[in-house]
Design a binder for this molecule. Sequence first.
Ligand code: TYM
Length: 332
Amino acid sequence: MKRILSCMQPTSHLHLGNYLGALKNWVKLQDEGGECFYGVVDLHAITQPYEQDALKQATREIAAAYIAGGVDPKKSALFVQSSVPEHSQLMWLLATMSQMGKLERMTQFKDKAGKHKERAGLGLFAYPVLMAADILIYNATHVPVGEDQKQHLELARDIASTFNTRYGVEHFVQPEPYIMGEATRVMSLRDGTQKMSKSAESDMSRINLTDDADTIAKKIRKAKTDADALPDNMKALEDRPEAKNLVTLYGALADKTSDAVIKEFAGKTFSEFKPALADVAVAHLEPITKRMTELMSDTAEIDAILHKGAEKARGVAKPIFQQTMDIMGFWK
Ligand code: TYM
């Protein structure tokens, strides 16, 4: 049976990239009958400056977004990373077999550390090792993520095979990345060459899952585009990244392929396409936002779901951690 694991950081609100690149696929995999574990990775969120007073609420909000987006707590274990201590315990063990040179090559580290690498925290540098532990502690077979996490996934596979080779065992499963759907890399609404991200300065560059219908429509109306009409094939959009992004978004939201969308809108200008995109975006996202607001008005329910999920997650993580310690030769 497939064991699915994926996580998001409770830093700021989730955006359309998180939803289409990951969450929507999580629901699909859950509904196909996989054994699913979906985590809110708070230990990752503290690797960069954060507001301590906002962390609890941000953690709950991500959990609310999972549920509102279709994750069913009866089918999937929904948990907070810090409530399953085996993640960070395993991370230490894996850190001893992770090469600094490989970590230095991680593009996310380079992006986040910026020009002053030597001042970046050890946590930010070691972040991918914790991510590997998040996955290997469940022996997850499949990890549904957006394209930007591919390099981290490769590192997790690498660490798993280093462990197995060093100890001469077949202990850790090699996790497969699942990069699915039309929108594996959703781009900024202001610059089609940059990924849509929580950290981009302009809120106009992203659609948040907490945005209301008017805000969504306004952001789409103001999205950067060009003056040309839409062609009848996706190839012709190769050097029009903003246009390509909007067509891809329409497809992902309407459950159509980008090819079908471009055929449907061939010859139309953006003044015709944008209102149609705003309509599908609002129709898709409004019920999610509404449900999130309801869930956030009674955090006791979310907390109960997270406690239950942590129990289930620990039930799997604990024995795998103990086996890892045994293989490594620890006293007990
Ligand atoms: P995070 O919190 O940045 O993003 C959560 C998920 O959203 C996807 N994503 C996108 N997909 C398409 N287009 C975009 N513009 C876009 N932006 C974000 C991400 O690929 C991700 O799937 N390191 C991870 C969190 C993590 C994790 C894990 C994931 C920690 N441990 C174990 C999987 C398994 C991260 O920062 O995701």
